[in-house]
Design a protein around this ligand. Structure first.
Ligand code: DGJ
Length: 324
């Protein structure tokens, strides 16, 4: 008899589990295939050969611990693939323990067949003074990535950043510069390993946390204000061309707590492959006392009158899509 109850109990747990996991629950603890809390902050997602790869900052309570990578087929369930980029054991390296690695993004270069990782690097013991972009490369999507170097793009300070690859394969580094008072964009070299001199101002606004996406030939940029780890109001910029002119269009967040981006800060906007108008807005809800415990906000991007907006949802699934 007890075997029957055990079977019913196991089935009930399995059914409840299935129901619970095929949805996003913004701000709740998110665990990987091993039951460990996902540690991939300020990150970005690469769609590669039928799988998604989530790269993000590996953090302990405060320190940077390298760049983690997870993989998934459905965006709900994530397998831990390990450290894509590890801290160097050589204490003279720029990426030795004590450095700060933020906002890692990986793109694939079709010409060279290499995966290229960019991130914001601060040097050990210098706070946020160095303001450099850093580059690493790998033959395999999950790494290990080989650290190449860091620099200031065209001599400009470079803190919060993202990468964007356009339909023609040209790639761009979008970054906060001049003590975060300028937002800039620089075109990458053909191998994606450095910037070209095509580097221009997006806006003379005090903004960071850039996330860029493209929809129906137009370019969209979501940013945050600059208040350290504390949440603030997001901004949307639009442009018909990647080098601008960019127009500021106000806060794209809607509903309760929208003026504080629901307690989060933009990290990335993920286009859903095969869907014309579906994007996921990805943000970090930082916990500055314990950065590894910072939570993730994944929310659907909706469209109204040709502009994107993001509304809070306690939970949602990919079935909740724009009609296309
Ligand atoms: C806000 C940035 O967006 C984060 O990536 C991080 O640099 C914090 N500031 C540090 O205060």
């Amino acid at each position: 008899m007890y075997k029957f109850f055990l079977l019913v109990f196991v089935m009930a747990v399995a059914i409840a589990g299935l129901g619970q996991t095929n949805r996003f629950t913004p701000g709740q603890v998110w665990t990987d295939d091993k039951g460990e809390v996902i540690n991939a902050h300020g990150g970005g997602i690469l769609w590669d050969k039928g799988r998604y790869y989530w790269f993000g900052e590996k953090r302990d309570r405060q320190l940077s611990r390298g760049v983690n990578v997870y993989s998934s087929k459905d965006l709900y369930h994530w397998k831990y693939e390990g450290e894509a980029l590890s801290l160097s054991r050589d204490s003279t390296s720029e990426i030795a323990e004590g450095c700060v690695m933020e906002r890692p993004k990986v793109i694939y270069n079709r010409k060279t067949g290499k995966y290229v990782l960019w991130f914001h690097l601060e040097l050990r013991g210098q706070g946020y003074k160095a303001a450099r972009a850093a580059v690493a490369v790998s033959d395999r999507v999950t790494g290990p990535y080989r650290y190449i170097r860091s620099f200031r793009p065209n001599e400009n300070m470079s803190r919060d950043m993202t990468l964007f690859v356009d339909d023609d394969g040209s790639a761009y580094h979008i970054y906060s510069s001049r003590e975060n008072y300028d937002l800039r964009i620089a075109r990458l070299s053909d191998d994606y390993l450095s910037v070209t001199s095509a580097d221009s101002l997006i806006a003379r606004d005090h903004q960071e946390a850039p996330a860029v996406f493209k929809y129906q030939g137009g370019y969209y940029l979501i940013t945050s204000g600059c208040t350290g780890w504390a949440p603030n109001k997001a901004s949307l910029y639009t442009s018909a061309s990647i080098f601008g002119p960019w127009q500021r269009r106000g806060n794209p967040m809607r509903g309760k707590n929208a003026d504080l981006t629901f307690g989060g800060q933009s990290a990335y906007v993920l286009p859903l492959p095969g869907k014309k108008s579906d994007f996921i807005f990805i943000a970090d809800q930082w916990n500055p006392k314990d950065l590894k415990d910072s939570r993730y906000l994944w929310l659907p991007v909706r469209w109204k009158d040709g502009l994107p907006y993001v509304e809070w949802k306690d939970q949602w699934s990919l079935a909740y899509t724009n009609a296309d």
